[in-house]
Design a protein around this ligand. Structure first.
Ligand code: F6P
Length: 359
């Protein structure tokens, strides 16, 4: 089959924000389907920076995207650039799209990148969004790609920590990424058999954690594993940041909860505590088959959306189908863990177990 860019119309594609496993799968799905329709595809380098002056781009053809779906990271690189924070940024974006001969734009990213995409649509650009984030906190989609891989990484780490924690009779606190949404900690904590799961959605109580450790000791379990979201907060406490640096979207770098809690629990229980920060290992490396398939399907759908001129919309997973939803609805509100999911997790807390055995 000979495939050519016969329509001579070009789609620009960029990846923005933190990388997530599955980005290259989207790029492959989009490129293959777009070429089938007869479009040319241009990859913008470094997210929105690729559309600002001095930005870089490369043509994506079938050779360029062959087998990239198996690779982690993004072949287009990424940045946390915000054109709305750059003087004349929107004009630069428009001029560069024109100069590069791109009538259409596909933005693959999370809340920040897609927030920019939604605004650019209002500013007259033919843009389509594809949702990405290991945090799984985007509204209007059941899952984001990258999340499944990140949960697998975190769950495996927590599962493995049981043997060393048990051998030394220690408490181990595992810090999981996710910013202000606890999805990764919730699912990895349950899969990893953590005795407490601390989420940003509900303040935790240090007294209760001490009680969990004691209850476990009574039951002959001299070790405890705690999964803690980087954005979780103790009752009456303040959210702590690594430092005061703020990115172009107003985010500070979270982290440090595991180390701080480790010190507190060592003092309160008299037991040896250790902490593990999973950090970027959660999103590094190759995507899971689930994320590859989700990414490819979203990319294929994004090319369909261009062909149907569904601008200002986002490709989204609803149930088992990929559909188109308004970008604005997706970025309007963060999707956090609902109460009933937190209650499900609490069933497995040791304190709850004791209550149950007392009844
Ligand atoms: O949003 C994805 C994410 O990995 C968060 O879970 C985390 O807080 C943040 O990005 C880390 O950002 P950076 O890669 O800039 O350190």
């Amino acid at each position: 089959m000979t495939i050519t860019g016969s329509k001579q119309k070009q789609i620009a594609v960029l990846t923005g924000g933190g990388d997530a496993p599955g980005l290259n799968a989207v790029i492959r799905g989009l490129t293959v389907n777009a070429i089938r329709y007869g479009y040319d595809v241009l990859g913008l380098i470094d997210g929105w920076r690729g559309l600002l002056d001095g930005g870089d781009a490369k043509t994506l053809d079938l050779d360029e995207v062959e087998n990239i779906h198996m690779m982690g990271g993004t072949i287009l690189h990424t940045s946390r650039t915000n054109p709305y924070k750059v003087e004349g940024g929107v004009e630069q974006v428009k001029e560069n799209l024109k100069r590069l001969n791109c009538e259409y734009l596909v933005a693959i990213g999370g809340e920040d990148t897609l927030g920019v995409a939604a605004k650019l649509h209002k500013d007259g650009i033919n843009v389509i969004g594809v949702p990405k984030t290991i945090d799984n906190d985007l509204s209007e989609t059941d899952y984001t790609f990258g999340f499944n891989t990140a949960v697998e990484r975190a769950a495996e780490a927590i599962q493995n920590l049981h043997t060393t924690a048990a051998s030394h009779h220690r408490i181990i606190i595992v810090e999981v990424m996710g910013r202000h949404a606890g999805w990764m900690t919730l699912e990895a904590g349950i899969a990893g058999g953590a005795s407490a799961i601390l989420l940003p959605e509900e303040e935790y109580d240090v007294d209760e954690l001490v009680q969990i450790v004691k209850n476990r000791e009574k039951r002959g379990k001299a070790y405890t594993i705690i999964a803690a979201s980087e954005g979780a907060l103790a009752k009456g406490g303040d959210l702590k940041f690594k430092d005061d640096r703020v990115d172009a979207f107003g985010h500070k770098i979270l982290g440090g909860i595991a180390e701080r809690l480790s010190k507190t629990l060592e003092e309160r229980t008299g037991k040896e505590c250790r902490h593990v920060v999973l950090g970027h290992l959660q999103r590094a490396g190759k995507p899971s088959p689930f994320d590859i398939n989700l990414g490819i399907r979203l990319g294929v759908h994004a090319a369909d959306m261009i062909e149907k001129e569904e601008f200002g919309m986002m490709a989204s997973l609803k149930g088992t189908e990929i559909v188109s939803v308004p970008l604005e609805a997706a970025v309007g509100k963060l999707k956090v863990v609902p109460k009933h999911r937190i209650n499900e997790a609490r069933l497995f807390y040791e304190l709850e177990n004791e209550k149950m055995s007392v009844m």
